[in-house]
Structure formats: C-alpha cells, structure tokens
Design a protein around this ligand. Sequence first.
Ligand code: PRP
Ligand code: URA
Length: 234
Amino acid sequence: MTEMVNVLRHPLVQVKMTRLRDNSTSPKEFRELVADLARLLFIEASRDLRLVPTHVRSPLADTEGQLLGERIGLFPILRAGLGMANAILDFVPSAEVWHLGLYRDHHSLEPVEYYNKLPPQLKLDRAIVVDPMLATGGSASAVVEILKRREVPRIQFIALIAAPEGVERMRRAFPDVPLYLAALDSHLNSSGYIVPGLGDAGDRQFGTGTPNVESSAEQFCKQDRSPSFRFGNI
Ligand code: PRP
Ligand code: URA
C-alpha cells in the first residue's frame, strides 16, 4: 500500500541534507545536492513504475529485459524546482517536463501564478510535482489543483523539506497525493519560512542570495515583520 507521507531516512539523504542546510554551502554545491536528493526521492516515488517486457541481446546471449511502460510528466515549480526536474530528467530522459511559474507573495504568502502553458489535457500516466520547499503548502496546492483540472490520473509531490503546516494542508486538500520528502522540519516562522529549513531555495540555487545581492528572504527581513529578524535565522 502507498504511504502518503514518505520521509526518506537513508543515511546519504541525511548527510546531504546537512550540507544543503549549511549556510556556508556554495550555490554550486547546493545545486549538486539538490540534484542528488531529487534523484534519491524520485527513486522512492517511482518504485511502482509499470514496466513492459522486452528482449535484449548481451554479448553472450539473448535475455529478457524491461522497458518503461509509463508516460511520466515532471512539473517543476519555478524557479526553485528547476534543479530537481533537470536532475530527474537526466535520469529518466523519456520524461516530459512541464514548467509552472508561481511565486509566493511575501506579504499574503499566497501563490501568484505567472507562467502556465499547459494544454487543456495532458496525456500522462503520472505527474510528479517537484519543488524543494513545502512551506504553507499554498504553491503546492495551486499546482495540484491545476493538474486535477486536467484530469491527470496520478499525482505525486516531491519536496526536499516540508513544514508540518504544508503537509497538513496537502493531506487535507489532496488525500490521494503522496508526498516524498527528505526532511520534515519543525515549523514555519512568522514570515512563512521553514525552520530550521535552508533559507530561500531559489536564491541559494541560483546565487541571488549572496552578500552583494540580497536574497528575497534578506530583503524581506529588512522590511521587518519581527524586530529580532536576522538572516540565517529567518
Ligand atoms: C518557494 C518554494 C516554493 C514556495 C513554497 O518559492 O520554491 O515554490 O516558496 O512556499 P509555500 O509552500 O508557502 O507556497 P518562491 O515563492 O520563493 O519562488 P522562487 O522559487 O522563484 O524563489
Ligand atoms: N520558500 C523557501 O525558499 N524557503 C522557505 O523556507 C519557505 C518557502
């Protein structure tokens, strides 16, 4: 039976998550870790992939083999989901990648859709939504809603870190959508950031959170919702 909230406890996942959280990890290493973790989570999410029998000739003999029997769609939520989708696509080149652009309004924390070129119907066996962070669950819920309207038969969600609030929201709204996570963290802070989390997943992947270019998290801290706000402690 499919578990609906799957938190990978593999030792490699824990070691890589530690590096991912580390404030001093460079964007290059951060991207590599995102890719490794995305593949590890994809393996878990795809354990039940349908196969089609085939034959193959090795240098020594004919033998039986297997082909992928499913049409898989990857749905990265821009922009932080990009690194995860690219990593999985390298691993499963037959997958389709459908980008969805959403950002979280810093004040309301509600998702704002800015890119969606999905056709009215998607001919897929399964859709896998990828985003490093499941915080309030607003972005994830909006994307799953978009896919449900297109009657995708099977939807899974892969995130690197989730907050209990986001998990709860997804479980209530979409009890049929299993979650695959590398970590389930403590809580959201008053600005909707996951604690302990890793900060801003998009900024850390794409180097836009360096001291010269303030991350959106940092800029937001300066606008000050809570007087004790400091970067590294968002
Ligand atoms: C981040 C993250 C998720 C969203 C999670 O994206 O990648 O998409 O926030 O938060 P939620 O669960 O509360 O909706 P962000 O809005 O920062 O956009 P970005 O990837 O372009 O930086
Ligand atoms: N988005 C991020 O990038 N990080 C969080 O902690 C929450 C939302």
